[in-house]
Design a protein around this ligand. Sequence first.
Ligand code: AMP
Ligand code: MG
Length: 389
Amino acid sequence: MIPIADAEKILKNIEVKPLKEEVPLTDSLARVLAEDILSTINMPPFDKSAMDGYAYKSGDHSPRFQVVETIAAGDIPKREIKQGQCARIMTGAMLPKGTDRVVKREVVSEEAGIMNIIEEEKVLNVCYKGEDVKIGDRVLKKGTPIRPQEVAILASMGLDNVPVYQEPKVGILTTGSEIVEPGQQLKEGQIFNSNAYSLASQARQMGTSVQYGGIAADNKEGIRESISALFDQNQVVIISGGVSMGDFDFVPGILKDLGVKLYFEKVAVKPGKPTVFGTLKNKFFFGLPGNPVSTFVIFELFVKPFLYRMAGTGFKPRFCRGVMTRDFKRKKTGRTAFIPVFQEDGEVTPIEYHGSAHIYALSGANALMEVPAGMAEVKKGSFVNVRSI
Ligand code: AMP
Ligand code: MG
């Protein structure tokens, strides 16, 4: 059994090489930039008016201004503005030569082609060429996850195709002779498969699609075939169940038979002790204990950061700090525990939780409280860090 930190270190040291591809701008959301984006344009590309108003020259204190031109957004101004003159100008339009400021419509009057400034403003109401971005500036960094705001920036740079990392190919397999799919009739001794769907959803929530390999009953041949099928088509294979000490927990043995090098088979974490990780030919295998809370928690702790790295970006779990609203106690302290909690407005409340099979507890939870190995209790009123889920 190894500590969580050692398992994390092992996973971090595994070399992954995300490949690049190009996708249309409209498909780039939730992908990760595979290159720095350098601007090929100035933004704004010209001095432009920030207001609907009148463009004139600073220091021109003429009592009134002759309006010599109207400039709409997209127009190229035709005239140079002289002393005592101005141009009627719209927001986003190019400033004419001879001007460097705009007085907004609200504070002037215009009659018969003559503009009077009623109230001189301090602000210049001009966005200057290149003031946001200059040619050659790095506007986005390689490894940046693309959110709607990054889509806007990419579009503003004129990119219709975006260099992104390929999504990791992930296969999911469920094991267990007692497991049946939702929608089927439950017979005596059987339970519904929830792990395949929670795992797939956790992956999808981070923008990774998955191939589902179905349920393999607890026999060596069947599990071996299902793993091999997923192995052929995916870079990461996640297997639920069959990794603990039971007579029919075949997964670690099968992985070894297939030539997978196992880096760990037990981690000092509760839930999730019999977690398995191994590699074979640039492919990666996670064996997750079948109890639904274990599967969920181990994905959050180990699989998610690894998949993010494969997707070309870093991952930092979101931690919140809060005050315990009640005591938390436990008897066995040999492993670091993750306890479902609800945190809000700086307060942390442990949820009623019966153990790793109690998936219902997770619905009331929005975070996991980490209780380090050796720690038996967390007192009401003490500060704790919790990890958002
Ligand atoms: P295992 O890790 O295979 O020993 O399974 C541990 C517990 O988790 C058993 O009670 C299983 O019935 C349950 N379990 C295993 N796989 C699933 C699954 N896909 N969905 C829900 N529960 C499961
Ligand atoms: Mg099983």
